[in-house]
Design a protein around this ligand. Structure first.
Ligand SMILES: CC(C)(COP(=O)(O)OP(=O)(O)OC[C@H]1O[C@@H](n2cnc3c(N)ncnc32)[C@H](O)[C@@H]1OP(=O)(O)O)[C@@H](O)C(=O)NCCC(=O)NCCS
Length: 179
């Protein structure tokens, strides 16, 4: 009997990019970051002002993220294409926060967002944090569902955070003991 063909699994992995140090990381991340962040269906949930992100601004972030505690994690396919990006901000004083997360519109609903959120918890614990924070606009059903089903709890509201008056919800996930 002929052997069954092996299914094409297209594995997706999460890799940290360090655009401040690695020129290849910067040049591959910049266009995808702009594409994800400025896609109108994403911008609504990623910008307080709703003004599209300018290339020069993002480039400056990528060139100076380390001092600010910014770290970039990307979900990449087997060819190295970036499908989703997560920015975290870590500070021994202020804590560890998922600062931005976005998936290319054509790759949504395939588990990329959840993979990145799970990776945030690993990265936070690796650096000794015992909780993780996120701020989500109150009308962002997808991200709220993702976080609530990943063990995050709403802890406070930030009123009128977006320029159309939409509030934001602050959520936290505690590692270890359940509170
Ligand atoms: C939120 C976002 C990151 C989710 O990424 P994704 O790869 O599409 O999500 P996944 O396929 O990993 O889905 C994980 C969970 O998210 C939730 N979810 C995803 N899309 C959803 C939708 N359209 N409606 C409701 N819940 C949804 C579900 O709980 C889902 O779990 P399930 O598949 O077991 O039901 C993505 O939709 C996105 O880029 N949104 C725009 C930017 C944004 O909102 N970023 C967050 C800013 S705080």
């Amino acid at each position: 009997m002929p052997a069954k063909p092996i299914p094409d699994m297209h594995p997706i992995k999460v890799r940290e990019f360090v655009p401040e140090d690695e020129i290849e990381d910067k040049s591959s991340l910049l266009p995808v970051f702009l594409k994800i962040w400025n896609a109108p269906e994403n911008l609504l949930y990623l910008s307080q002002t709703q003004i599209p992100f300018a290339s020069e601004v993002v480039q400056a972030w990528l060139e100076n993220h380390k001092k600010q505690g910014g770290r970039y994690f990307c979900a990449v396919d087997e060819r190295g294409n970036i499908l989703g990006v997560m920015v975290v901000k870590e500070s021994p004083v202020e804590g560890f926060e998922i600062y931005g997360l976005g998936v290319l519109p054509e790759h949504k609903g395939n588990g990329v967002g959840r993979m990145l959120v799970e990776h945030a918890a690993i990265a936070a614990q690796d650096h000794g944090f015992s909780d993780i924070n996120a701020l989500v606009f109150a009308d962002n059903a997808a991200m709220l569902c993702l976080l609530l089903t990943s063990g995050y709890k709403p802890v406070s509201m930030e009123p009128h955070k977006r320029s159309d008056g939409t509030d934001a919800v602050r959520l936290k996930k505690y590692f270890g003991t359940i509170r």
